[in-house]
Design a protein around this ligand. Sequence first.
Ligand code: FAD
Length: 329
Amino acid sequence: KIHEAAASDPNKVVFSFEFFPPKTEGGVVNLLERMDRMVAHSPSFCDITWGAGGSTADVTLDIAKKMQNTVGVETMMHLTCTNMPVEKIDDALETIKSNGLQNVLALRGDPPHGQDKFVQVEGGFACARDLVKHIRAKHGDYFGITIAGYPEAHPDAIGSNGLATPEDYQNDLTYLKSKVDAGADLIITQLFYDTDIFLKFANDCRQIGITCPIVPGIMPINNYKGFIRMTGFCKTKIPAEIMAALEPIKDNEEAVKAYGIHLGTEMCKKILAHGFKTLHLYTLNLEKSALAILKNLGLIEETSIPRTRPANAIQAKEDGENQERPTED
Ligand code: FAD
């Protein structure tokens, strides 16, 4: 289980990569090739997201199986409660269990498409805590369970001034502790760009008695529009100096990428200097920035390694149809 692996050598810095399910078959082939290359750098695990509202369930399940058994990396699958009656949740868990996965990221999920508020589906769960409880009740200790944590509080608690009230922030922490108490082993945080906010959050978690590992989620800035969209959606605070650095270069994709690598490196350095030993990289299915950051930190030697998949595997472009995400060669 990934939390056990992370704890096995407390002096070693470990890192992990998140991927999302591409929309096309070609995109999946391409992603698996990319994973081969990235896994050669020995991440402690990789994870695959569950599409909003369960929209990618079959693809996510299939990719999770291939990650675990073909790519050969310890794999964690995300699972949300949106549109998922308990039977579907159980099917998904049984499927990954029979495919050898032992790690799941238990989430409530966002509201179904076109709705503002999360609605509990009939026969389903209202929040991630109930999903954690269910997994523990049904599967005992078989799964390592990870949950999401929000250094700036969950977006629902963030007001028009971009901040959660102290009371909402505290309620969010209390709720997070209840998720851990329900049986979670590890917390991965939502993306953030103000490292001090993450450090304060981790400290606040410890103050209220959360003892499990807290892993910072780092999303390298790959392009300006994607960055603005993502931070807007997640209501993430963008420090003024980051906006000041990005504004003059926002139309120069290479310059934005280079800045994203620099910023990601500096954020990770600061986090590691505070004694953290784990870094989780939101790759957005791209490899250059994530690997460049790890190389800058001295955690990997080369950013490029030979492909291990046969040259005659289906050739596909980087998930080009997926307009939601940036691409790279
Ligand atoms: P919960 O932990 O259930 O709760 C979210 C917030 O709601 C809490 O922080 C709290 O403020 C409030 N709340 C809920 N229930 C209660 C309660 N009973 N009492 C008090 N407060 C309560 N989305 C996807 O669709 N697919 C993914 O694969 C995915 N992966 C993610 C990975 C990470 C690391 C993160 C941080 C987020 C991810 N998301 C994903 C987004 C996530 O689904 C949304 O942020 C969603 O709105 C909340 O999910 P959650 O599990 O944090 O919810």
